[in-house]
Write a protein that binds this ligand. Structure first.
Ligand SMILES: [Zn+2]
Length: 292
């Protein structure tokens, strides 16, 4: 378990960044502690919570979910079982409660454990400032649909840390199948307006503010929309072009799905998840084996 310490109050559990291997973190106040996101499997979430408890002692624990994807949210019930509370945007709460979502048509995984979700009753419909005692955390829902329809970022002002959730991927191909490319670009504008020194992406290493990685992400999202709007656009050719241009990103099969999202955005319709998953599995040659 790799834990990065940012400032005096914030710690980040860094994972390698691929499918379902997300970052999570926690903030230690004098009176309360805040966990930002959980992990994909029961075992990984239990280990995360053990580390948080070792660090925060008997302080009451609140968890906030940056969005509903299982890597970030699958441990939410464990937080409740251990006496904590879980916060999320209303959209995220609804999606999480309808799960767990393991997408067996896309993934071959036998290590989820018990990831039954909780009913999240404390929702964040607008900006909220949490006072943990000696440190405050701003929970900032993102308007509209970006990575998902219920994204939220968390800012620890005292430490200059911005937890961006999956609005930022670093070194890993972004995944847009639950979102909107144009909405995601708007969300990046919002993030750029938030004063911070360290940005914790949903996947990948901690970044400085105004990083090259975020510029690269923006260029990619703009390229998706620009490419899919060209008269001579061809999905297979564009998928190969993206894989060549962003060869430094892992999970390159996501380009095939992201281009379908861009096509749907341009038509003003939702993307077909079945088509998006099918496009990725064409690249991978079958279901994606997860060793979590
Ligand atoms: Zn996600």
């Amino acid at each position: 378990m790799t834990v990065a310490i940012l400032g005096s109050r914030t710690k980040v559990l860094l994972q390698p960044g691929g499918w379902f291997l997300n970052n999570a973190g926690w903030v230690v106040g004098d009176e309360r502690a805040l966990l930002v996101d959980t992990q994909a499997t029961e075992d990984r979430s239990r280990r995360l919570l053990d580390a948080v408890r070792t660090d925060t002692g008997a302080r009451p624990l609140t968890a906030v979910l940056t969005h509903a994807h299982g890597d970030h949210a699958n441990g939410a019930r464990l937080v409740v079982e251990q006496g904590g509370t879980v916060l999320a945007t209303p959209q995220t709460a609804t999606t999480v409660h309808a799960g767990p979502h393991t997408y067996p048509m896309a993934f071959d995984c036998s290590s989820w454990g018990d990831i039954t979700p909780p009913r999240i009753t404390d929702t964040v419909g607008g900006p909220v400032e949490l006072d943990l005692g000696g440190v405050r955390v701003d929970l900032l829902p993102i308007d509209g649909t970006a990575h998902t329809d219920g994204d939220l970022v968390a800012l620890v002002r005292e430490d200059g840390v911005l937890f961006a959730g999956d609005l930022v991927f670093a070194g890993v191909t972004p995944l847009a199948v639950s979102g909107s490319i144009s909405g995601w670009l708007t969300a990046l504008d919002r993030i750029a307006d938030i004063d911070h020194a360290h940005l914790v992406p949903g996947h990948g290493p901690v970044l400085p503010a105004h990083s090259r990685e975020v510029d690269d992400l923006r260029a990619y999202l703009e390229w998706l929309l620009d490419t899919a709007s060209r008269p001579d656009y061809d999905h297979a050719t564009a998928t190969r072009d993206a894989s060549a241009r962003w060869a430094h990103w892992t999970e390159g099969e996501r380009h095939a799905a992201n281009l379908l999202v861009a096509e749907a955005d341009l038509k003003g319709v939702p993307v077909s998840l079945i088509a998006a998953v099918g496009a990725m599995l064409t690249v991978t040659g079958g279901r994606i084996k997860l060793d979590l």
